[in-house]
Design a protein around this ligand. Sequence first.
Ligand code: GYE
Length: 303
Amino acid sequence: ATACGSGDSSGSDDGTITMGFSQVGAESGWRTANTESIQQAAEEAGVELQFSDAQQKQENQIRAIRSYIQQDVDVIAFSPVVETGWDAVLLEVQRADIPVILTDRSIDSADDSLYETFLGSDFVEEGRKAGQWLVDNAEGEVNVVELQGTTGAAPAIDRKEGFEEAIAGSPGIEVIATQTGDFTRSGGKEVMEAFLRSHDDIDVVYAHNDDMGLGAIEAIRAAGLEPGEDIQIITVDAVEAGMEALAAGEINFIVECNPLLGDQLMELAEQVVAGEEVPKRVVVEETTFTQEEAEAALPDRQY
Ligand code: GYE
């Protein structure tokens, strides 16, 4: 993909768009579905995809982005593992005149000229939905432990914030412990084991994703307790394994976070490469599921 002349980034000579995409990692079922969606959508749209997996490390993403500048791709898209620390590398991209699309997670920067658009969910709203369900279903004093996502990641920061906002008016609901489980099943299990060792009065787990909730289920079982009964579990994502646990009564409520962003990403890429105006923010539409709703929805779920 060579841009001929200044400011002309209308794709390679044969019109094919080359996209450099830096993915967070493969930490969760959500991420796997997201990667598949992007790869499949690229193929269908005829976009040549340079894909790299950062294994949840910002330095790997920065390295990948620099290599996409070297390759002079037409557009760079990435899902930033953490919110801060992107200005320097994104200035390099800007100087190379390559448009940037943020997908899934956003960045925390004062300079919004560093990217064209951000396509992703409203994580604060997801946290609010989780908290609101608890407010509506809580009886008496409720002790919550929180399994946070990756430290510094937008969905971890925002899901915490939205949840706290929703429970703020309910003095009976108290978060008695909170710690990161890095969005992985093993992380969720380990942290839940530690919580169970130091607290004998846990009523509810709020996990920032299904995978950590599934890890918590294992820890709760191992402690001789019934997940979903003795300790209730609220998660975010609604990936297949989470929905199955919900339908089986082990999880009590899931807030959906849709990973199927591929088609919208390719559309936005075509538009920004063609120099068209795109909205600065594209929000993904989502719902929530109770145990009964999970059972009904499972047969038609795509992830
Ligand atoms: O909820 C979690 C994944 O950024 C929305 O990352 C995504 C989150 C998702 O690891 O499962």
